[in-house]
Design a protein. Sequence first.
Length: 164
Amino acid sequence: MDEAIGREIDRLARMNTKKLKAYYLHLLGEEAHSGNRMYLYRRLAWKLQANVEGGLSNRAQERAHRLADDVELRLLPRPVSQALAAPLGALEPLPEAGRDRRLPPAGCSLQRSYQGRSIKVRVLQSGFEYNGRQYASLSAVAHHATGTRWNGFTFFRLQGDFAA
């Protein structure tokens, strides 16, 4: 590597993100879309070397284009892209907004035996009922019933996906 390029790359390593973005604009003629300091540093170091020693060979560029053509690029998140591709009416109804998928439907009961006692909870539309009182979360029910802080899903052993 050319000594002058080495010194310039060392200078880049000491720059902050703001200075790297300004240098990026100067060297590449476009705004940097990233604020990641390491990305900017590497991109600029590569460009400085490519300007002096040459960039990728034509063969390497063609290979990169072939590889990029073979890759299925996902421009939208999967659920949205699948929803757009599916015919109308073929999609399953969406679960209730804001409701955890691990919860059974309202009206179901959850039961757990703990230290010889049976703890029975009824799932409500918004919350849970235990011993005639309403609770906002399963964790609150588990804490009240046991006196110990529990993750409600862990305590009641809920791991499945009831929305499926």
